[in-house]
Design a binder for this molecule. Structure first.
Ligand code: HEC
Ligand code: HEC
Ligand code: HEC
Ligand code: HEC
Length: 156
């Protein structure tokens, strides 16, 4: 065979060998020992324990109810009953022991995340009560007039 054919051939064979050697040293020992039925065996077993140690940031509203009973009660019977406390107050991991206070964000943007009027006639988001920020009492924070834990237009 001619040189210009042989050289790239050796190069290709060399590359494949190199990858095989590298793979031998780099793939962790517990990779692919889980059995074929599990993600086609494309899986590292010790990854399970790594995720078990992953700190959970969100606690869920049931936990809040133990100490903030009043807010929990009022929101549970309001139009906001579906919204998790941590949606507005941020993740509560470590609260109240290490993190004494959670964020209280009174900005208009906080509420406009959900209440900016959007014209999506066929979606549930479009059906939600919304306001055009520039036209709706724009000098004040929303919570001056609407109780975030019990927004109720009848009281207005
Ligand atoms: C074991 C009791 C306990 C639990 C559970 C708890 N909190 Fe608290 N929280 C406290 C205490 C104590 C404070 C400090 C109160 C203070 O300084 O007036 C506080 C403060 C806060 C504040 C700030 C109040 C302020 O006036 O600045 C917010 C917001 C808050 N918690 C939200 C939550 C949310 C949301 C949850 C659930 C994810 C939660 N808390 C779970 C005890 C608790
Ligand atoms: C829609 C956003 C929103 C949700 C959901 C929400 N909050 Fe609040 N929260 C606020 C805002 C805004 C304030 C500040 C209200 C004010 O200053 O009038 C506040 C104030 C507070 C305070 C301090 C003042 C007080 O009332 O004691 C606590 C504690 C609190 N929230 C706990 C909770 C808990 C517990 C939940 C869930 C059961 C919850 N919040 C759900 C927006 C929210
Ligand atoms: C995570 C999304 C979300 C956030 C953030 C949120 N809301 Fe709501 N809000 C809702 C949903 C869902 C409803 C109930 C559906 C509806 O009435 O259109 C609602 C209903 C309302 C209503 C109408 C109540 C009625 O009687 O019809 C008012 C007023 C309101 N929210 C004010 C606020 C204010 C003020 C804030 C900020 C403190 C806020 N919302 C933050 C989702 C949200
Ligand atoms: C000065 C008091 C005041 C402030 C501040 C205020 N609102 Fe209102 N809001 C009202 C009143 C009164 C109504 C009922 C009459 C109307 O629609 O104007 C209302 C109505 C609403 C409605 C229902 C609209 C509908 O189609 O029925 C929503 C949603 C709402 N507000 C959200 C907000 C949000 C979000 C903010 C902050 C960005 C905010 N409001 C700030 C007084 C206020």
């Amino acid at each position: 065979m001619k040189n210009h054919v042989l050289r790239p051939l050796w190069l290709a064979i060399g590359l494949v060998l190199l990858i095989m050697v590298a793979r031998h040293f780099m793939v962790p020992e517990d990779f692919g020992v889980h059995g074929d039925s599990f993600t086609y065996n494309y899986y590292r077993l010790s990854n399970v324990d790594e995720w078990k140690d992953f700190p959970v940031k969100y606690q869920g509203r049931e936990r809040c109810s133990k100490c903030h009973e009043e807010n929990f009660e009022s929101i549970s019977h309001s139009r906001h009953k579906k919204i998790q406390c941590e949606n507005c107050h941020g993740p509560a991991a470590g609260h109240p022991r290490e993190v004494k206070q959670l964020v209280i964000d009174r900005s208009r943007e906080q509420c406009l995340r959900c209440h900016a009027l959007l014209d999506y006639p066929n979606s549930r988001r479009g059906m939600m009560k919304g306001v055009v920020s520039e036209k709706h009492k724009r000098k004040f924070e929303c919570s001056k007039c609407h109780n975030p834990h019990n927004p109720n237009l009848e009281d207005r």
